[in-house]
Structure formats: C-alpha cells, structure tokens
Design a protein around this ligand. Structure first.
Ligand code: PEP
Ligand code: MG
Length: 592
C-alpha cells in the first residue's frame, strides 16, 4: 500500500477505534508482520545518510539471520548442507540490486522500506515473465529476502515483545490475544493496530490489563517506524504521529482532567449499585485471569460475572490439567467469597486460538466449531474442566456458564456431562457443592428467540452482546472495515435483549449482561430499563457504570427503554441514551 509523500517530521493524525481508555505519549515499537505493508515516506535531506545506514544494518542483519537458518537446517536435517538458502544470500550480494536501492533513496529522498519493496517487486516481475524455470523460481527468493529486509528495517524479526526494555507503545498490523496477554505493563504503555474492533479479544484483553489501545487504524503499522514518537488517546481512538508541542500540551491536560474525574469516582467503591429509587443491580466484573482479582476488589465489583477461562490457556500457551484449573478457580473463589464467581467454560475459536495450531483452520471460525461446540466434541476434556469447577465450589460461590449456545439440546448435553462429572467426584470421594448454579450465555439470535425453552435447563442467562451483535447484524466483530455496521443499539439487537430478559423472568431465571455494551455508561439506563438483574464489566469500568446507576431512577430508565424500543435506527437510540447521560452524569461524557 502506498501513500502520499510526507516529510519525516510532519504530524500525522489518524482516527481509529478507541477500545481501552487512557492517553499515552511515547516512542513506538513496530511489531514485524508477515504481510508487511509498506508506505512510502519522504526522508528529510539531512537524514538521508542515516536512512542508508539503516538499510546497511538491515542487510547485515538479514545476512546473519539467513546464515543462522542455514546452520540450523544443517543441524536438524540430513541435507548435509542447506544450499537452498544460497539463493537468498545471492540476492543480498547482488550489487546491481543494492546500488539501485541506495541511489533511489539518495536521489528521491524516499524511505528504505518503500524502495526495497518497489525494487524487489520490479525484479520479481521481470524474472516471473522469463521462459526459464530456474529464473522463475528465483522470484520467491527475491520476495522472501525483501520481506526479511523490510522486517528488519521496521523493528526486527528477532525482537520479541517480552524482550522490550524501554517503555513504548506497541504497534502492529494485528496483535493476537495470545500476544496481548504476554505484554508487560511496566514496558508497554499501550497498543495500536491496523485491524480489529471494539469487541475483538485483543481489545478485551487490553481493557482487562488497563492498557490504552486504539484499533482499526488501517495502516498505522506501515506509517511509523520503531522509535517514532506518538500521542495516543484510547478513549477517542486518536493517534498523532510526530506530535507538535501544542498536541503534547493538549493531551497532557486531557489526561489530567480525566484522571481527576476517575479519582472522584473512587469514593463509590463500597457504595451499592442502586438506583435513586432503590432498585438494586448486581454490578460485577469480567476477568481473564486470577491476577485481576485485586483490581476487581479495588474497583468495588460484586464478584465475577464472566471469567473467560480460555485465557488461562492462552496466556500460558498451554493446556491445563484438572488439578491446575481446580487450584486457580478455588483461589479466585476464596478471595472473592461470598461474592459469586461465574466461570465460563472454554470459549476457544472465533478469534481466540491457542498458539501452535492445534485446531483445524476453518473458513468461518466464528460460525464453526468454537466454544460449547468444541467442548461437546471433546467430552473428556470438557469434563476435566467441569470437575475442576465443581471441586473449587467448596471454596466460595462458584457458578458455571456455557458459552455460545444456539439450542436447548446443547445445554441438555452439557448438563448431562456435568452430571457425569458429579458422579465421578462422588465416586472418588471428592467434595463439591451439590446446588451449584448453571447458566448460559445468550449470544446468538437463536438462543435469544428460544430463551423460554433454554430457561427450563438453567438458573441464569448472561447476554453476550459482543457476539449477539455480530450474529444478529452479520458483522464480523473483528473486522475494522465493517466496524461502522457494528451497532449495539440497532433495533434488532434491542428486541432480542428485551425478549431474553422477559423470557428469563417469566421462567424464574435471572438475567445478566456481560458483553462490552454493559461497560458503556451511555447504555446503562437502557439496560436498567430492559430489566437486567446483573451487569458485568471490565474492572476499571465498574465505578463509571455505578455512578450512572446511582444517578438515575429505575422508572426514568424504563421510560427511556420504552422509547428506544420504538426507535427506527441505532443512531436514534444512541441519541436518546446520550441525552439522558448528559443530564444525569454530564461529567462522564469526558470519559467516553
Ligand atoms: C460476548 O460475546 O459478549 C462475551 C462476553 O463473550 P466474548 O467477548 O468472550 O466472546
Ligand atoms: Mg462471546
């Protein structure tokens, strides 16, 4: 991808999707991407020598890496020598190629990445058209070497995120949840990506780690180089590359203002989530790991409404045995008791995969064998998790929740396996609570519309609106190109939420919501008016949501919801919600 020429230090303002709040200012570290997209940048005349040095360093590094791979190949295979990579080294030794690149940088003031890319594309095109098999095969070598040089120019393939020493903002085309999970708060100030959307699991992870993040920036990874300074506002989704002094001043003040609003909310920690007219909502937190328990207590959440158990695997990059899981769940339950901990069984698939590719690749992973479907396919593995949860139940108030249910049969099958798990523990004399509550996530339109049937088999529902919105509106939740269509206030979504709450209540089942929609304070009155009994949000969002709950009457919220259910568009609903929040908690608008 190419862009218009810009001078090296001209500020570049970009707008993406703010998915984890907070302002950060600092140098960037650009994560190398396999499909390196390269943007053309103008290099200031005084920086040309530096640009050529960068190129020379990258060529040396590339040679070193290829030699290392050759050595490794020789050691690991019986090839004797790894001469197949000699062709790669020949590309690096091709004086004509290198001189052409250097001249282009020097004469046209262009950045090395774009010149290497263009020159290699041109060589590849010429060789690809020649009637000679040997030469045609060299096309792949040229492309491979060029990709490696570009990677080395833009941060280096060898550096891993765990090795980062200095504070920086990590930039990447995409940063998968497994990598986000490995980021360290002491060195990583924030993350910004080309791809992604508000409910992608990368975003979920960043929020859980209270790490400011902006996603969906389209080509930021190609526009910045490691070491460039940026300002990033994870609340509004703004990134400024090469900020001016006045940008730095403005964002510094904004960060201060937001901090003081947040500090004002800390007084709510021990106050109940109760409306002005005395209606109590259970306000709990979403969590991805045991390390979040302290924050959950500190922010005043009433337990965990969604424990995304798959992150235990993702963050450890490994499968966990029954004993390991039981220990982790028991520790969390004990620390939060008597508050409840709802453990969601494994929700692997969609955009959450374990490193190492142990699962089959699918064309449509969000519609494929993910979540409960995967658990039912591997009953022994599933029962190990169920036994672990049951064992932890004696330490506190533990509940079980099945994800991505699309029909009652899945719940019945899962419950049958739960009974088997109970029988096995009883047989082995292992104690567990007999009356553990079991619930399901309502994340598919099918589940919402048949909630009355599903309710017969469970004691609670939790609306997973992140998925419910994507499945209802046919909008991939991680695709930034359709993010504008991802509208939680779409009338179709609101009708499904209302149908779920009403069906649950009619069957004596309590209804919560744990999708990101619950963490948006603009949505709080709407959800109270829908009649939800519980809201589960990222720990840091608890005070903000509690503030809205405490500043509104239930009757007022019900009036809003009744009006919203008559609206014709998502925008209209959003307008009503914004007006009401502006009235009851105007200071919060600064934080949104
Ligand atoms: C949801 O889909 O709303 C949800 C909470 O689950 P996850 O985001 O983990 O898919
Ligand atoms: Mg979900």
């Amino acid at each position: 991808m190419t862009d218009s020429l810009t001078t090296a230090e001209t500020p570049i303002r970009m707008k993406g999707i703010g998915v984890s709040p907070g302002v950060v200012i600092g140098p960037v570290f650009v994560m190398a991407s396999d499909q390196a997209r390269v943007v053309e940048r103008r290099v200031a005349p005084q920086s040309i020598d530096h640009e050529i040095c960068r190129l020379e360093d990258a060529l040396i590094e590339t040679r070193r890496q290829i030699k290392m791979i050759q050595k490794d190949l020789e050691a690991r295979t019986d090839m004797g020598d790894a001469s197949i990579l000699d062709a790669h080294l020949m590309v690096l030794d091709d004086r004509a190629f290198i001189e052409e690149v250097v001249n282009e940088i020097r004469n046209k003031y262009r950045n090395a990445e774009s010149v290497v890319k263009e020159a290699s594309d041109r060589y590849a095109a010429i060789l690809g058209s020649v009637e000679d098999d040997y030469l045609r095969e060299r096309v792949a070598d040229i492309r491979d070497v060029a990709r490696r040089i570009i990677k080395n120019l833009s941060g280096g393939v060898e550096t891993t995120l765990a090795d980062l020493k200095d504070k920086c903002i990590v930039i990447g085309e995409d940063i998968p949840p497994s990598v986000t999970a490995s980021l360290r708060r002491d060195t990583v100030l924030g993350v910004a990506t080309d791809l992604g959307s508000a409910t992608s699991h990368t975003a979920v992870m960043a929020r859980a780690m209270e790490m400011p993040a902006v996603v969906g920036l389209r080509d930021i990874s190609a526009r910045v180089s490691t070491g460039d300074k940026i300002v990033m506002d994870g609340t509004r989704g703004v990134v400024i590359i090469h900020p001016t002094a006045s940008d730095l001043d403005e964002y510094g003040k904004l960060a201060e203002a937001r901090k003081s609003i947040q500090q004002g909310l800390t007084s709510l920690q021990h106050k109940p989530a109760e409306t002005k007219d005395g209606h109590r909502i259970v306000l709990s937190a979403n969590a991805e790991g045991p390390e979040e328990v302290d924050a959950i207590i500190e922010y005043g959440a009433e337990g965990i409404g969604l424990f995304r158990s798959e992150y235990l695997y993702i963050s450890r990059n490994a499968s966990l045995g029954e004993d390991d899981q039981a220990e982790i769940y028991a520790d969390i339950a004990e620390r939060l008791a008597p508050a409840p901990v709802i453990i969601r069984t494994l929700d692997i698939g969609g955009d959450k995969f374990l490193a190492g590719g142990r699962f089959r690749k699918e064309t449509n992973p969000f519609l494929g064998c993910r979540s409960i479907r995967l658990s039912l396919l591997y009953p022994d593995h599933f029962k190990r998790q169920l036994r672990a949860i049951l064992r932890a139940s004696v330490k506190g108030c533990v509940k079980i929740m099945y994800p991505m249910i699309s029909n009652a049969r899945e719940v019945i099958q899962a419950n049958a396996l739960l009974d088997e798990a109970r029988d096995e523990l009883t047989r082995d004399g292992v104690p567990f609570k007999k009356d553990i509550e079991v619930g399901v996530m309502i994340e598919t339109p099918a589940a919402a519309l048949t909630a009355a049937v599903i309710a017969k088999n469970v004691s609670f529902f939790s609306l997973g609106t992140n998925d419910l919105v994507q499945y209802t509106l046919a909008v991939d939740r991680v695709n930034e190109r359709v993010a504008y269509l991802y509208e939680p206030t779409h009338p179709a979504v609101l009708k499904l939420i209302k149908a779920t709450v009403d069906a649950g209540h009619a069957e004596g089942v309590w209804v919560g919501i744990c999708g990101e929609m619950a963490a948006d304070p603009l949505m709080t009155p709407l959800l109270i008016g829908m009649g939800v009994d519980e809201m589960s949000v990222a720990p840091a969002a608890v005070p903000v949501v509690k503030d809205v709950i405490r500043n509104i009457e239930q009757s007022r919220a019900e009036t809003l919801t009744a009006a919203a259910l008559k609206c014709k568009s998502a925008t209209e609903v959003l307008g009503l919600c914004r007006d009401l929040t502006a009235e009851v908690a105007p200071e919060l608008l600064e934080l949104i």
